[in-house]
Design a protein around this ligand. Structure first.
Ligand code: GLC
Length: 657
């Protein structure tokens, strides 16, 4: 498309750009800039066009993109070109991720590098190292309060250690995911210090108010994120004698994206980490990027425009780098973070599937898949060239963010059902083996979330304590069942460190005053490597979980129908304990796989006639790809043992479903 205004502006920018940039041969850069400039200009103009310094800011934006392009290592530029050619590369079923804290997993970044063979043993090829940037000595929200976006926290290493880790990972065919905390800085960041010292320029980087007038207006509609430990959304700053917007903890100052300087700084930070070798950037808390009085200050249209602009700019400088949206919001809102259009309004290629995660926990507690099915059916379809990050646990709490209407359709009353789930996972419900704790309890709204490690939530902790072999076996089966769901659904499974060996709640945080008030630390363990060794000892829970997952990951990688091309169809089987879906291989008509899972603790059966005319197969030839065995059948009824999952195909040569 030829657009006069942006074309002439681009020409002017190229004339006025710094001579050291102008004199370089930047062919690839200019080709991409030319292709994306119209959209970049439109978005930047929409957000900042009313400002007098608009053109100056626009030139600065292009200079930042060009400078980072010049600094980008030739090997990363080659990777960019390869990924541009094979642009669907990340939709493949071959990717399997793990998220970990460097210090919890292996003391520091150097230690993580040494432990890469352990991750490879399991089959992990996408490594998310949670925040590594400089953060306060004391409370730092697990590193999500960043004091310096250009340096690594000395407690885990330095920039060299990141470079060594990223090149070692690359040699092993592993991708590196790093966090970019876009929404806020810690109150120790230089920008905060300069704002406190009275520099207007830096006060404009944040939302700062002389009195409570504006904050009070905001508070009318803004929810509280950490109601127990950090109520309200503003903090009084003694030094400035002013109020500051702090949506998360009082020491996390929200950045003001209505200031273009903030956008450009944060883009520059993103590109800096892309140049350190990050293949993927996890963009933290993206729903919060735009604040507007009278709203919840989440999911605002401008937050999406900022992400589109960020994506377009990043595509010019480092097109091989992907974005993950961490937007733990309502199901209909999450898909919007992929963008509205793959070409002109693209945002993040990957998004956390918080809906699926919460629905799986519902199915485990209720042993019933009604809500799971309902919730998945209500999910809006996503763009092509976009994929989910499917996970069970992470360093955060489990929020019960399903849609109320879906809860009602599944036959429950929303408030009572949510209360049941909190009670169930915190062990207050009779018969519940779970050992979680309530998190973020808000007495004003009745909301609550859940903390706890995967193993403790499914009952492994209580089973070990009571020496109950049957209960241990049951927990191991549930752990494997849940992982089978994230490995087969469509999207990238993201395991969480420690879960591969059934790590229980870690209560050591209670001895640290900077952590004691935040029970999310229950699920941020220090790995016990002696315990991890038991993965080699036949019959231990560690061995059964680790080996089960290893086998599952290897099987997943060999099933092209598990790649994510929006190739999934739910099948209604009239048995509320089963969750059944059909994955087709878009490139091989006979490569379909039928996924069947039983969430109940008693055997269930499924009428194969429910499959309708999907595939011409002889029931007797069904084979489970995971175990290599044939499932039990009685006439056309498939028998599914308690907590069993099947990945079924037709074993006759050359005949799939
Ligand atoms: C994200 C992080 C969470 C953190 C919050 C604020 O949701 O996952 O741990 O508390 O952002 O940065």
């Amino acid at each position: 498309m030829y657009e006069q205004v942006s074309h002439s502006l681009l020409n002017q920018i190229l004339d006025e750009i710094k001579p050291e940039i102008r004199e370089r041969d930047l062919r690839h850069f200019y080709t991409r800039l030319g292709a994306n400039f119209y959209v970049i200009h439109q978005l930047f103009h929409y957000l900042y066009g009313k400002r007098e310094d608009f053109k100056k800011q626009m030139i600065h934006l292009v200079e930042v993109m060009a400078t980072r392009y010049i600094q980008r290592h030739i090997s990363l530029k080659q990777l960019d070109s390869e990924r541009e050619r094979d642009h669907n590369w990340f939709l493949s079923q071959e990717w399997v991720g793990m998220a970990l804290y460097a210090d919890g997993f292996a003391d520091d970044l150097q230690g993580v590098e040494k432990k890469l063979p352990y991750l490879q043993e399991l089959g992990i090829n996408m490594l998310h190292v949670m925040p590594v940037m400089v953060c306060p000595e004391g409370a730092s929200d697990g590193g999500y309060a960043v004091s310096d976006f250009r340096n690594v926290d000395p407690r885990v290493g330095n920039l060299d250690a990141i470079n060594i880790l990223s090149s070692s990972a690359r040699k092993r065919g592993m991708l590196l995911i790093l966090d970019m905390v876009l929404n806020h800085t810690s109150d120790e960041h230089e920008w905060v210090q300069r704002a406190r010292a009275g520099e207007k320029k830096y006060q404009d980087y944040f939302y700062i108010f002389d009195n409570r007038d504006v904050p009070d207006m905001f508070e009318e509609t803004m929810p509280e994120i950490f109601p127990e430990t950090s109520p309200g959304n503003f903090t009084w700053d003694e030094t400035m004698q002013k109020w500051v917007m702090t949506v998360f903890n009082h020491y996390q100052w929200d950045l003001n994206y209505s200031n273009p300087a903030v956008f450009i700084e944060m883009l520059d930070n993103n590109l800096f980490w892309a140049n350190q070798g990050a293949d993927v950037l996890r963009l933290d808390a993206v729903a919060f990027l735009w604040k507007k009085i009278g709203t919840t200050c989440q999911n605002e249209r401008e937050a999406h425009l900022i992400l589109q602009l960020m994506k377009d700019c990043c595509q010019v400088t480092a097109p091989g780098v992907l974005f993950i949206a961490e937007a733990i919001v309502a199901p209909v809102e999450i898909t919007k973070y992929f963008g509205e259009d793959a070409v002109i309004a693209k945002e993040c290629e990957i998004a956390y599937n918080a809906t699926y995660m919460a629905l799986l926990w519902d199915a485990v507690a209720t042993k019933n898949t009604q809500l799971l099915r309902q919730g998945i059916q209500s999910l809006p379809t996503k763009l092509d060239r976009a994929t989910w990050l499917n996970y069970l646990r992470c360093h955060d709490d489990i929020g019960l963010g399903f849609d109320d209407a879906d809860i009602v359709r599944a036959g429950y009353q929303p408030a009572a059902h949510r209360q049941f789930l909190v009670d169930y996972y915190t062990g207050r419900y009779n018969d519940s083996p779970a050992r979680g704790q309530p998190f973020g309890v808000n007495h004003k709204t009745g909301d609550a979330r859940i903390s706890g490690s995967l193993a403790s939530l499914v009952g492994l902790e209580s089973a070990i304590e009571s020496n109950d072999d049957i209960a241990i076996e049951r927990s191991v089966k549930v752990i494997l069942l849940m992982h089978s769901m994230i490995c087969s659904f469509g999207g990238i499974p993201l395991l969480y460190y420690g879960d591969e060996i059934g790590t229980l709640n870690d209560r050591s945080f209670l001895n640290d005053e900077n952590k004691a008030g935040d029970n999310r630390w229950l699920q941020r363990p220090k790995i016990d490597w002696e315990r991890a060794e038991r993965r080699h000892q036949h019959g231990t829970p560690e061995q059964r979980i680790f080996n089960g997952l290893k086998k599952m990951i290897a099987a997943r990688k060999g099933i092209p129908a598990f790649a994510d091309f929006n190739n999934r169809e739910l099948i209604d089987v009239e048995n509320p304990h089963l969750f059944v879906f059909w994955r087709t291989d878009p490139f091989v008509p006979l490569g379909s796989v039928l996924v069947v899972c039983n969430f109940d603790d008693s055997p269930q059966y499924m009428e194969l006639s429910a499959l309708g005319n999907r595939g011409m197969f002889e029931y007797g030839n069904l084979k489970d790809i995971y175990s290599g065995e044939s499932p039990r059948l009685f006439k056309d009824q498939l028998v599914v043992p308690p907590f069993q999952f099947y990945w079924l195909t037709d074993e006759r040569p050359d005949v799939g479903f």
